[in-house]
Design a protein around this ligand. Structure first.
Ligand SMILES: Cc1cc2nc3c(=O)[nH]c(=O)nc-3n(C[C@H](O)[C@H](O)[C@H](O)COP(=O)(O)OP(=O)(O)OC[C@H]3O[C@@H](n4cnc5c(N)ncnc54)[C@H](O)[C@@H]3O)c2cc1C
Length: 481
């Protein structure tokens, strides 16, 4: 019997798994995907918000501010990337200036840091700000991270500390057995004392397997983006927020940890929970909105567009509480923005709920840190020489755009959560994330995965089970690697 079973290995489930791995209990995480962070965690703005925006007194306000502070701890312990950009919140007219006054008061109540800055100072710091802007405030604690990697770091550390991560396990039924549960997946069944639902856009589907009246309905809300090439790094150094509206935070300009700039997102409620396509209408709308806050946007350097889906619900706030119908089943529902920021604080809240049920002791040997992984491209010349001398595979460039070597790819394949698909390698190493989007390196990555795992190339998947890129050999295979 497992003590705690978590459904979903996005940022919420991964943060919780790591938090619970500090205690003497058995924890298993199930995800239908073959890797962590393939849901909303994979496709968002990547901002660690300051907490100026959520309504006063809500869980969103409280967990956002606490989560923002906890990211600084995670940076030290797990070596996650964290870009201390700060942000500017900009107003264009009297109406927006009035809202800015409300937000000043809200930031104060929420405990978020907001500072005054003159227009001159703001334009000097960011020459590409729109000159239509009439007032700016600064949010110095706003940061940007790489959400995939945070989820991975959390889950890798959880696994090192004894958590079991079961990939490719889609939950299809949950049977309450008078206080405990049997959780059925497409291939297995797991018995657990406590079940925590962190299934993102599918949280209501999971809850419906246990409850007669699910207290929330997910209304998937799509956000589309442009990604501007990292060769335009420095186009904007702060996150730029317009004044928020009922639809959300609006179209932002967001520098990313690897140098790209995101322009977006849209905010459109859709029916299909998996409908993450981009649209001409959405992208055109972004262009119209973005020009209100920024000028000279280098759209001609767009390397890709993408969309993510927010697990929004009718209620404004996150739905975090034990089921009122079935004891020992706990909801982490409606985790839309600022869910990425709040995840470490949501994990603390869920941890306290578990501990209120049963007094699990803290482990005497908990490994809080994660080995720093320095990719070849980030090494100094001396480090590169030493790495090459120790392992000649550092001398073989697999991805020229992002300067990823064969050794980087091999290391990723053999980490505690293995990168055994093309996308998993891309997420960990950036092979395929650059300007050619994998055109040059993809066949090399397939060859290396096949070789390292001793499987045929036709069994190497793009991201999930049955997503193989190659179906059969049509001519003699290339042996680049
Ligand atoms: C466009 C957009 C912009 C955003 N920007 C920001 C931002 O800048 N800052 C911020 O703080 N937040 C932001 N967010 C919100 C943030 O991305 C989410 O709150 C967060 O990623 C939610 O994480 P999660 O782990 O709860 O859900 P997810 O990441 O969706 O994870 C849920 C997991 O559950 C798994 N799952 C689902 N069903 C099953 C099943 N039946 N069996 C097994 N596993 C299952 C999925 O495979 C998935 O891995 C944004 C979101 C979007 C979409």
């Amino acid at each position: 019997m497992i003590d705690v079973l978590i459904i979903g290995a996005g940022i919420t489930g991964s943060a919780l798994a790591r938090e619970l791995s500090k205690y003497e209990m058995t924890v298993t995480v199930l995800d239908k995907e073959m890797d962590v962070g393939n849901g909303a965690t994979m496709a968002n703005s990547a901002i660690i918000h300051s907490g100026h925006d959520p309504k006063e007194g809500t869980l969103k306000a409280k967990l956002n501010v606490r989560g923002n502070a906890l990211y600084d701890v995670l940076e030290k312990e797990l070596n996650i990337p964290l870009l201390k950009t700060g942000a500017f919140l900009v107003a264009h007219n009297d109406e927006e200036k009035a809202t800015l006054r409300t937000l000043r008061a809200r930031a104060k109540t929420n405990g978020a840091v907001m500072e005054e800055i003159s227009l001159e100072e703001a334009f000097k710091a960011e020459p590409n700000l729109s000159r239509d802007i009439q007032e700016v405030v600064s949010l110095p604690t706003t940061k940007v991270t790489f959400p995939w990697e945070v989820a991975l770091a959390l889950m890798e550390n959880a696994v090192v500390n004894g958590v079991t991560f079961e990939r490719g396990q889609e939950v299809i039924a949950i049977h309450p057995n008078g206080g405990t549960f049997t959780v059925e997946t497409t291939t297995d069944a797991f018995d657990a004392k406590y079940v925590i639902n962190a299934a993102g856009v599918f949280a209501d589907t999971i809850a419906g397997m246990v409850e007669t009246h699910v207290p929330y309905t997910i209304k998937p809300r799509k956000g589309e983006y442009f990604v501007i090439d990292r060769r335009e790094k420095g186009y904007m150094n702060h996150v730029i927020y317009p004044i928020p509206s009922k639809a959300g935070k609006g179209v932002l300009v967001t520098p990313q940890v690897h140098g790209e700039t995101l322009i977006g997102p849209t905010s459109l409620t859709i029916e299909d929970k998996t409908g993450n396509n981009t649209t001409a209408g959405g992208l055109n709308w972004i262009k119209n909105e973005a020009k209100k806050i920024a000028q000279n946007i280098p759209y001609h350097k767009t390397i890709r567009t993408f969309a993510g889906i927010r697990p929004s619900i009718e209620q404004y706030d996150f739905y975090i509480q034990e089921s009122t119908e079935v004891p020992n089943f706990y909801h982490l529902g409606g985790i839309d923005s600022p869910g990425l920021t709040s995840a470490p604080a949501i994990a603390e809240m869920a941890r306290d709920w578990v501990l209120s049920k049963e007094a699990f002791a803290l482990k005497t040997h908990f490994t809080a840190t994660r080995e720093k992984i320095t990719p070849f491209r980030s090494m100094s010349d001396d480090e590169k020489r030493a790495a090459f001398q120790a392992d000649a595979r550092y001398g073989k460039l697999i991805c020229k755009c992002e300067r990823v070597t064969e050794a980087d790819v091999v290391n990723a394949i053999h980490r505690p959560i293995p990168a055994d698909s093309v996308k998993a390698v891309k997420k960990r190493t950036r092979a395929g994330a650059g300007i050619c989007q994998g055109g040059y390196c993809q066949h090399n990555v397939i060859n290396i995965i096949a070789r390292e795992l001793s499987i045929p190339k036709t069994e190497v998947n793009y991201y999930n089970k049955h997503t193989n890129i190659l179906v059969r050999e049509t001519k003699e295979a290339r042996h680049d690697v």
